[in-house]
Design a protein around this ligand. Structure first.
Ligand SMILES: Cc1cc2nc3c(=O)[nH]c(=O)nc-3n(C[C@H](O)[C@H](O)[C@H](O)COP(=O)(O)OP(=O)(O)OC[C@H]3O[C@@H](n4cnc5c(N)ncnc54)[C@H](O)[C@@H]3O)c2cc1C
Length: 494
């Protein structure tokens, strides 16, 4: 039985930020990671690494990354002011996001990015996936011009190095099973460590061990029938352990428990994420093509907005289709716009020189109905508006349902390509209710549970129905820092 000031459960981004922050308060800190070292790092390690934070000038961006004079001269980085960031969160969550939590997230996002940098995380401009050239100038789509060098895997590596430098102990293959709780305060964790049951004592416990996305039984229970059939985009270790442990001692559940982040994902991707492929099973360029189900029909407005604002809910739409799949169909006019994930080795793709030759290759699809859908779609495309992939161009359809609101072009230029997708779940939205100032978990009567904190995916109340890309990592860092600092301070003051 070891004694620590603070135990952090998990070793993803939120946990690492919490552990480092607790250590900064002088606390003796241990991290418990269910996975082996090889598989450690949670969903954070699978993340693409784009990060959404509030900035209103190039000077703000310079707090986060080095920008050369040439970068500044040749780019329009735009803005993501606090107001813009909050508007996005409110609009995408149908005005359900917790006002206080979202304000903390937005207001602390830039400082937290600068803090991450001070801990050794390297950020770079997101020239690859989130920008384009317009009249010789680089512009960024989706208000997210910065990403972590090396993606989520890079982020975890940088933070691992910082944790090691600060003398934080990490225990791998150590799955937290329950909280040590005497009815008044939490004072440790019971764990399964390499087949042995142990108890590790601490002044405070920070739960940062993810949602329940990798647990098919919980997915069916909370998200609904059919969700057990989703593929898991990331780690297999986030099975709801932290949520269960906290609920067992009377913590208050909060947020959108029947909601989750889920995207289009290769139909034949493995059951869980593959660290060698990372996020590349995703297929986010559907805005330039058509999404076709087994009945040969379209079922969403592919172009209602940039993918950053629809991708997290369209996975769920694919799951609702017969046999849980959709083909993304493109013609050669947009081939150059397809993101890098369309060119990986493991991809379920067919191609043909005519639509009639393509149709029977779309496994599981009613070919005649597909051809009819394309004919009707092509006829409905507005010809009086110019296609422009760098803005919401208003080049939509007229008279079909569902419409396509932007980037609608007739599918008429061979060769044609189609990619088979299903639903890949990223993370679940339901979580715990916390005290806003400290990240301390509240009980069902909204009283703080002494000694218990949480952050990351486990925090409820921020995301409902949908999610703006790049917010998960920033949220984990902001609230990880808050919880870790408060836990560290509390144990040093005790
Ligand atoms: C493919 C993919 C791409 C993504 N891309 C982006 C992106 O570009 N930008 C962005 O902002 N977000 C992205 N996300 C979302 C983002 O990764 C998550 O929101 C974020 O990483 C969650 O961090 P976390 O620390 O809360 O959880 P995780 O990083 O999942 O960490 C949870 C940790 O808890 C451990 N654990 C679980 N149960 C136990 C237990 N009982 N005992 C001990 N340890 C346990 C796990 O092993 C893991 O280490 C992406 C996610 C995926 C899957």
């Amino acid at each position: 039985m070891q004694e620590y000031d603070v135990i952090v459960v998990g070793k993803g981004n939120a946990a690492l930020c919490a552990a480092i922050s607790a250590r900064d308060q002088g606390a003796k800190v241990a991290m418990l990671e269910a996975a082996s070292e090889d598989e450690s790092g949670g969903n954070s390690r699978f993340a693409g690494g784009v990060m959404r934070f509030a900035y209103s000038s190039v000077d703000d961006l310079k707090r986060v990354t080095d920008l050369t004079d040439e970068d500044v001269a040749t780019s329009d980085f735009g803005t993501n002011t606090r107001e813009e960031f909050l508007d996005t969160l409110y609009q995408l969550t149908s005005y359900r996001t917790d006002p206080e939590l979202s304000e903390i997230l937005v207001n602390q996002s830039l400082d937290t990015m600068a803090w991450l940098r001070s801990k050794g995380v390297r950020f770079v401009p997101n020239f690859g996936r989130q920008s384009g050239l317009v009249n010789g100038r680089r512009i960024f789509f989706g208000r997210m011009p910065i990403e972590v060098s090396g993606g989520g895997a890079g982020l975890v590596q940088y933070l691992d190095a910082a944790a090691k430098k600060q003398g934080i102990d990490v225990f791998f293959e150590t799955r937290a099973a329950s909280l040590v709780y005497d009815g008044e305060r939490v004072s440790g964790v019971r764990v399964q460590q390499k087949g042995k049951a142990l108890e590790i004592r601490a002044g405070a416990v920070v739960l940062a061990c993810g949602g329940f996305e990798a647990n098919p039984e919980w997915r069916t229970r909370y998200l609904g029938p059919g969700w057990e059939l989703a593929k898991v985009r990331g780690t297999r270790f986030n099975v709801g352990d932290g949520l269960r442990m906290a609920l067992e001692i009377g913590a208050s559940p909060y947020g959108n428990w029947s909601g989750c982040h889920a995207t289009g994902w290769d139909r034949y991707a493995p059951e869980f994420g593959d660290v060698n492929v990372g996020d590349q099973f995703q297929k986010h360029s559907y805005i330039f093509g058509l999404l076709i189900n087994a009945r040969g029909k379209r079922f969403v407005d592919e172009g209602v907005d940039f993918h950053s604002f629809t991708y997290a809910k369209y996975g769920g739409e694919v799951l609702k289709q017969p046999a849980q799949f959709a083909w993304q169909v493109f013609d050669s006019k947009v081939k150059h716009l397809l993101r890098s994930e369309y060119r990986i080795k493991f991809v379920t793709k067919v191609a043909a020189n005519t639509l009639e030759e393509l149709a029977p290759q779309l496994e599981g699809v009613d070919a005649e109905a597909f051809l009819k859908t394309v004919r009707e779609f092509n006829a409905a495309v507005r010809k009086d508006v110019r296609f422009d992939h760098t803005i919401k161009d208003g080049k939509g359809t007229v008279g079909i349902d569902p419409p396509k609101s932007n980037w609608a072009q007739a599918l008429d230029t061979p060769p044609f390509e189609a990619y088979a997708t299903t639903c890949g779940i990223t993370f679940t939205f339901g979580g715990l209710r916390v005290d806003r100032e400290t990240g301390q978990v509240l009980n069902v009567h909204f009283h703080k549970i002494p000694g218990l904190y949480c952050c990351g995916e486990m925090l409820g109340g921020l995301f409902y129905f949908n999610y703006p890309s790049g917010t998960g990592l920033v949220s984990g860092s902001v609230f990880g820092r808050i919880a870790g600092t408060a836990a560290g301070k509390a144990t040093k003051a005790a």
